[in-house]
Design a protein around this ligand. Sequence first.
Ligand code: GLN
Length: 188
Amino acid sequence: MGKTGVVAIQGDFDKHLASLRLAGAVDPVEVRTPEDLAGVDRVILPGGESTAVGLLMERFGLGEALQKAAAEGMPIWGTCMGMILMARDVRPRPQYSLNLLDIVVERNAFGAQVHSFEDAVAVDGLAEPILGVFIRAPIVAEVGAGVQELARYDGKVVAVRQGNRIGTSFHPELTDDVRMHAWFLSLT
Ligand code: GLN
């Protein structure tokens, strides 16, 4: 399993750390710099505000370090903001992203009236559905050839996998169900 990190620039990184501990990760750590990243074997990009975090990741070199680590095979999981940051392209306006998943995401895609909601989502590989917590959530508008859909909600793609990189529109870290965290810890 090795050492697990959570990018801790802004957003709900503390919730991921708690879920990781429940799922059996030993002493997961906060990652803010390329040096922090060098000390971990897998990393989660949490929910938050993708424009702000993208700018800071670019400025402090963490973006480049994440791209390098991904190229060397590090498992990476992005939830909501994290998936936006991992995308190849972002709509409705272009913004900084890491191009770690061959997807195009559309931010805040569930419409102004439905900023936040929860509902059951069937995720490929999980025996029972998970409670999907969607908060101003993005959808995956385009999926590249090497990308596997893991879940749809209301016909829209809300979870994807490309090798050992995962993106989810929703926030398993905001529930006490840690099955996705346990699964992420098993990826090599
Ligand atoms: N709407 C946010 C963004 O575009 C993401 C929201 C979230 O991470 N819950 O960055």
